[in-house]
Design a protein around this ligand. Structure first.
Ligand code: IVH
Length: 696
C-alpha cells in the first residue's frame, strides 16, 4: 500500500496505523538509498508524494504518529528545556597517545594486564577519530526511542527530537529480528563545506559565526527547536554501544558490520591491524589523507577487537584500557606576543600566558597561549614583542614553542616574573625544587576563590547548571556569593535574588532555573562532594578512591581530622588505600589542618545530603565490602587485572595487611605479607581459590 491508498478521511484507525507503519518503512528505505548509497530508486516527486501521504494521515490521526515517523526528520515542536538522561552504561572518553611510543606503551600495558606474552597476537581495529560530539541512541525492538548527549558521561541531555532530524540516523533498524535493546553510540558531526555555507548564511544575517565545524555541530544539536537542527545538515558515524540486550559478543569489527546492516554509517577507513608497525603506517596514511576528507578528524582511535578482552580490560577512571586515541601531530603557526599576563589558578599557581596577535592554527583562532612557568620563559628567553611559533594539538591549550630571535625588536627586555600575586598582592612563593610559584593569599585571593568556585560549580563537581565560567566572577563581583555554600544561601534569599535579577544576562526565568538546578544538588554523591572541595591532587579518580574507601562523609571527616592531628592508625589507613600516593595523603592532611577549610566543608555539608558511596556492581558477591590484599606473583592474572576484578566484585584492594584485611590472596614467592596474614589470622586464599571465586 502506498500513496495510492483511499482518501485519508475514510481510513479506519486500524488501516491508518498499518499504512503509517508501511510508509515509515518505505520512506526510510528511500532515505537510505538516496543519502546512504547515492542510489535512489524513485523520482523526487514520487518520494514527496509518499511523505505527503504520511503527513496527511498523521494530521487526521495524531495519536497514531509513530516514534519512527518520517515527519520527525523535519523537526517537532520546540522544547522549554532538555530533560536529563541517566546513561545506563557510562559514556567513556579516551586517553591520548601523542606518538608511536605511547602506542607501544598502550599495547604493552594490555599485554601486561592480560598476562599475554609477546608472541600472542592482539587483534586491533583502527579508525579515524571524528571531531564532533558523541551521542547515544537507544533502540527498543528496533525502534529509535531516545537519544542523548554525552553530558558528563553519566548523565546527558535528552535530544531525541533533534537526533531524529539527522538523516544518517535510522528511525528503525533494518532487520527482521531487532534486538530488544541496543544503544548505538557514535559521533554527530558537520562536514566542512556545510560549516562554511552555514557561516556564510550567518554572516549575511548578521549572526555570530561558529569557530569550527565541531562547534557548529554542537550548536546545531543543542537547539530547543528541532526545526533549527533539521536545517543544519548534521551527519552521524556509529562506532560503539551502550546498554545492549542481548549482550554484544564476538568482535568489534563484526559489531560494526552489524551496525552497517542496521542502516548506520560506519567509517569506511576502519581497518583491522595486528602490529605496532601496521598501526603506525595507518596513522601516517590517514594523517596524509585527512585534509581530503570532507570532515575534520583529530587522530586515530585504536580498539582491541575481541569484546571478551575489552570486558576483561575494563576501564580506569573514564577511559577504557582497551582503546586509545592516537592524536595527529600538533598544528603550528607564527605570530607575535603582544603582552605576557599572569593567571592564578585555584591552588594559587601562577601561570604565565602569552597574549598573542590572533592567528589561525589548524582552523581555530588562537589569541592566548600558555608559557607554562617561570623556568620555561627564562630558558627560552621569551619576551614581549617576540615573534613566536605557537602550536595546538587537539583539545590541549595552545602553547608557545619557539622564539624567532632574528625578528626580536632591538629594545626588548627580558620578562621579569612577578613575586607577588597580581590579584591580591600577597607574596608568591616558589619552594626549592618546584617549578611553580604560588600565591600565598589562599581564601583572600579573588583569583583563587574564582577558580575554586568555578571548579565547585563545574561538571565533575556540583554541576550547577546556569552557573559557569562567566557567571562565577559576576556573582563574586556583586558580592552575592563568597564561598561554595553561598550558592545555596543565594537561592533562599529574596533580597539577593532581587539584586541578581538586575545583573546582565539574568532574569526571572534564569533565576527560576537556577533555583531548580540548585535544588537538584541538595543530594549529592560522596565522590562528587569530595572532588568539589578542590583539594590539591584530589580530582575525580582520587575522590572516588576516598569515597569508596571511607563510604560515608562522617567516617571520612573523622578519619581525616584524626590523621591531621597525628593519629598513626588514621595516617596508616590513608596511606594504605591502594592508589593513594604520599602526595595525595599529604595534601589531605594539610587541607584538614586548616580550620577554615573544615569550616567551608561543614558549611557546605549543612546544606546538602551527601549520599554514601554506592558500591559498584552487585553487592552479593563473596567479596563485596571486603578488603583484600594481593601478594606474590599470580600466574593467570596480572596484578592490575586482579585488582580491577576484585573491585568489580565490590572489594577494596589495599597495599598492606592489617587487622582490617579480610582476605590475602597469595601467589608464588609471597613474602612478609603472607607471614603477617598468618600472624593476624587473616584468611588466606591461593591463586586457584581466588580464581574459582572471581571467575566462576
Ligand atoms: S570510541 C569507549 N571511536 O572521542 C569508547 N570515540 O576522546 C569511547 N570519538 O567521547 C569512544 N571518534 O566523542 C570512539 N571512532 C571513534 C571516535 C570517538 C570520535 C570521540 C567520542 C569520545 C571522544 C573521546
Amino acid at each position: 500500500m502506498t500513496s495510492e491508498g483511499c482518501a485519508v478521511d475514510q481510513l479506519d484507525p486500524e488501516d491508518a496505523a498499518s499504512e503509517l507503519a508501511q510508509l515509515a518503512k518505505e520512506i526510510a528505505r528511500h532515505d537510505r538509498l538516496y543519502h546512504g548509497e547515492d542510489a535512489p530508486e524513485i523520482s523526487d516527486a514520487d518520494y514527496d508524494a509518499l511523505r505527503r501521504r504520511n503527513q496527511a494521515i498523521e494530521a487526521v490521526f495524531p495519536d497514531l504518529i509513530r516514534p519512527d515517523s518520517p515527519t520527525h526528520r523535519v523537526g517537532a515542536a520546540p522544547l522549554d528545556k532538555f530533560e536529563k538522561v541517566v546513561h545506563r552504561a557510562p559514556m567513556l572518553s579516551l586517553d591520548n597517545a601523542m606518538n608511536d611510543g605511547d602506542v607501544d606503551e598502550f599495547l604493552k600495558r594490555i599485554r601486561r594486564f592480560l598476562s599475554l606474552d609477546d608472541r600472542e597476537v592482539i587483534e586491533l581495529v583502527a579508525e579515524p577519530k571524528i571531531d564532533g560530539l558523541s551521542a547515544s541512541l537507544r533502540y527498543e525492538n528496533g525502534i529509535f526511542v531516545q537519544g542523548a548527549t554525552r553530558g558528563d558521561g553519566t548523565v546527558g541531555e535528552d535530544i531525541t527530537q533533534n537526533l531524529r532530524t539527522i538523516k544518517d540516523i535510522p528511525l528503525t533498524l533494518t532487520t527482521d529480528s531487532p534486538p530488544p535493546v541496543l544503544e548505538v553510540r557514535g559521533e554527530v558531526y558537520m562536514e566542512r563545506h556545510e560549516f562554511a555555507a552555514l557561516n556564510e548564511r550567518r554572516e549575511l544575517a548578521g549572526e555570530p559565526v561558529f569557530a569550527n565545524p565541531r562547534n557548529s555541530a554542537a550548536g546545531s544539536l543543542r537547539q530547543l527547536d528541532p526545526k533549527v537542527t533539521a536545517s543544519r545538515a548534521l551527519r552521524f558515524f556509529a562506532y560503539s554501544w551502550g546498554e545492549a540486550e542481548p549482550l554484544i559478543e564476538g568482535s568489534y569489527h563484526r559489531f560494526i558490520d552489524h551496525l552497517s546492516a542496521y542502516g548506520f554509517h560506519t567509517n569506511p577507513l576502519t581497518k583491522r591491524c595486528q602490529t605496532a608497525a601496521e598501526l603506525s603506517a595507518y596513522h601516517v596514511q590517514v594523517a596524509n589523507e585527512r585534509h581530503a576528507l570532507p570532515y575534520d578528524i583529530d587522530g586515530i582511535v585504536l580498539k582491541v577487537d575481541r569484546i571478551d578482552l575489552q570486558r576483561r580490560l575494563g576501564f580506569v577512571g573514564r577511559a577504557p584500557r582497551w582503546a586509545i586515541a592516537h592524536k595527529f601531530a600538533a598544528e603550528q603557526a607564527t605570530t607575535r606576543i603582544d603582552a605576557i599576563s599572569i593567571q592564578v589558578g585555584r591552588t594559587g599557581a601562577l601561570t604565565p600566558v602569552a597574549n598573542l596577535e590572533p592567528v589561525t592554527v589548524g582552523g581555530v583562532v588562537v589569541s592566548n597561549a600558555t608559557l607554562h612557568n617561570q623556568d620555561y620563559i627564562e630558558t627560552k628567553d621569551i619576551r614581549v614583542g617576540d615573534t613566536v611559533t605557537v602550536q595546538r594539538a587537539g583539545d590541549v591549550i595552545p602553547q608557545v614553542v619557539e622564539v624567532d630571535l632574528v625578528k626580536r625588536p632591538k629594545d626588548s627586555e627580558p620578562f621579569t616574573f612577578p613575586d607577588r600575586c597580581p590579584f591580591c598582592n600577597s607574596l608568591a612563593i616558589r619552594p626549592e625544587g618546584e617549578a611553580v610559584r604560588r600565591c600565598t593569599g589562599g581564601l583572600i585571593c579573588p583569583a583563587q576563590i574564582t577558580e575554586r568556585l568555578r571548579h565547585f560549580v563545574g561538571r565533575d563537581a556540583f554541576d550547577i547548571e546556569g552557573v559557569g565560567k562567566k557567571q562565577v566572577p559576576q556573582l563574586l563581583d556583586a558580592d552575592l556569593i563568597r564561598g561554595p555554600a553561598d550558592i545555596f544561601r543565594l537561592v533562599e534569599d529574596e533580597a539577593k535574588l532581587a539584586r541578581l535579577n538586575e545583573l546582565e544576562g539574568w532574569g526571572e526565568k534564569k533565576i527560576e532555573n537556577l533555583k531548580l538546578a540548585v535544588a537538584e544538588r541538595r543530594k549529592i554523591g560522596f565522590d562528587r562532594f569530595i572532588n568539589a572541595l578542590g583539594i590539591r591532587f584530589i580530582g575525580e579518580t582520587n575522590a572516588r578512591l576516598l569515597a569508596r574507601h571511607y563510604g560515608t562523609m562522617d567516617a571520612w571527616r573523622a578519619a581525616m581530622c584524626a590523621a591531621s592531628a597525628g593519629d598513626d592508625d588514621a595516617k596508616a589507613e590513608l596511606a594504605n588505600i591502594d592508589g593513594v600516593g604520599p602526595k595525595v595523603a599529604e595534601a589531605l592532611i594539610e587541607f584538614f589542618k586548616e580550620a577554615h577549610n573544615l569550616a567551608v566543608l561543614d558549611d557546605l555539608a549543612s546544606f546538602v545530603e551527601v549520599e554514601p558511596q554506592a558500591e559498584p556492581e552487585a553487592s552479593d558477591t563473596p567479596f563485596s565490602g571486603k578488603t583484600m590484599v594481593f601478594t606474590g606473583s599470580l600466574e593467570e592474572m596480572s596484578r592490575a587485572e586482579a585488582k580491577a576484578t576484585a573491585e568489580a566484585l565490590g572489594a577494596k584492594v589495599a597495599g598492606s595487611v592489617s587487622k582490617k584485611t579480610d582476605y590475602v590472596v597469595v601467589g608464588a614467592d609471597a613474602g612478609s605479607k603472607a607471614k603477617k596474614a598468618a600472624e593476624l589470622g587473616v584468611p588466606v586464599l591461593s591463586e586457584a581459590e581466588w580464581l574459582k571465586l572471581a571467575r566462576p
